[in-house]
Design a protein around this ligand. Structure first.
Ligand code: ZN
Length: 183
C-alpha cells in the first residue's frame, strides 16, 4: 500500500514564507524562525514582568505616582501620559529632575475605562513525570519542528522539570505543549 501523505501548507508566523508543516503544530518554517519567535516571546514576558514589578511596588494608598508607574498600573502608553502632562491637560508635580508625578485620581477621571490591572498570581504548577505523561526530547523536537539542542535550551530557560531514564530525558507533556502552543 502506498504511504499516505498529506501536506499542510502554512505561512510562517515569523517571516511569512509558505512552508510545508510537518505536524499540525508547526508554526515556523525553520529552526531559525522558531528561535526568533521564542526570543520575541521571552522579551514580551520580560517586559510584562517588569511592568508587574513596577505596579506591585506602588502602595495602594499612594496618591501621586510616576508616569512609569501609571503605565504599569493602568496599561496606558507612556507617550500618551507625557503628552497630556506637557500640554497641561493632566496636572503634574515635579519632584527633582526627570521625576514627574501625576495624581491617580486625575488619571482615573480622565480615563474612566481604565482600571488598575490585577497582578496575576502564578498558580503552583503540577506536573506528572511519569513516562506516559512525558515526551522525550526527540519527540518534542519532531512534534514542534525544532532541533533537539534548542528544545533542551527552551526547557532549561523555562525551568521545566525533566527526568532521565536510561538514555532518555523526559519532560511533562502538559508543560511542553503549553510552552510551544503559546509561542
Ligand atoms: Zn520563517
Amino acid at each position: 500500500m502506498p504511504k499516505a501523505k498529506f501536506e499542510i501548507l502554512r505561512k510562517c508566523k515569523v517571516c511569512g514564507s509558505v512552508f510545508t508543516a510537518k505536524t499540525i503544530e508547526s508554526w515556523y518554517c525553520s529552526p531559525k524562525c522558531s528561535k526568533i519567535a521564542w526570543k520575541r516571546k521571552k522579551d514580551e514576558e520580560k517586559r510584562r514582568s517588569k511592568l508587574e514589578a513596577i505596579a506591585g511596588g506602588v502602595a495602594d494608598d499612594a496618591d501621586y505616582i510616576s508616569v512609569m508607574e501609571a503605565t504599569a498600573i493602568y496599561g496606558l502608553k507612556k507617550a500618551t501620559l507625557y503628552r497630556l502632562v506637557r500640554s497641561r491637560k493632566l496636572p503634574s508635580i515635579n519632584i527633582g529632575l526627570h521625576m514627574t508625578k501625576i495624581k491617580r485620581s486625575d488619571i482615573e477621571q480622565m480615563f474612566p475605562e481604565v482600571q488598575a490591572q490585577e497582578i496575576i498570581k502564578q498558580e503552583p504548577k503540577l506536573y506528572s513525570l511519569e513516562p506516559k505523561d512525558c515526551y522525550t526530547i526527540g519527540e518534542i523536537a519532531r512534534k514542534y519542528h525544532v532541533d533537539e539542542s534548542t528544545v533542551a535550551s527552551h526547557i532549561r530557560k523555562s525551568s521545566i522539570p525533566t527526568r532521565q531514564i536510561g538514555n532518555y530525558v523526559y519532560a511533562p507533556k502538559s508543560e511542553i505543549d503549553k510552552l510551544y502552543q503559546s509561542l
